[in-house]
Design a protein around this ligand. Structure first.
Ligand SMILES: [Ca+2]
Ligand SMILES: [Ca+2]
Ligand SMILES: [Ca+2]
Length: 87
């Protein structure tokens, strides 16, 4: 395919669905979180982790391909719940 951005990969071609997998499947130059067409179902759920113990507040969720700073993939940090209620 002449306009295929990744001849190695069968799942990357113009018009393909964008997923959170580290590559640019639909060949628009943007991959994963940078591409607005990314499939929301492929995103992970992240919780705000104010104290950095790896557990975040289950009430503060964020959907994204990868965690931004201060986010954890585990919910249930008791200290985060207390801290966030004070804010
Ligand atoms: Ca992708
Ligand atoms: Ca893309
Ligand atoms: Ca925490």
């Amino acid at each position: 395919m002449d306009n295929d951005c990744d001849d190695i990969s069968e799942i990357a071609y113009p018009g393909a669905a964008e997923h959170c997998d580290g590559r640019d499947e639909d060949c628009d130059g943007l991959s994963d979180g940078a591409d607005e067409s990314v499939d929301p179902a492929s995103r992970g759920t992240w919780y705000r982790d104010g104290d950095g113990d790896g557990y975040g507040n289950p009430q503060t969720t964020e959907s994204a391909c990868s965690a931004s700073s201060g986010r954890a993939s585990n919910a249930g940090g008791s200290s985060d719940v207390v801290l966030d209620r004070r804010r």
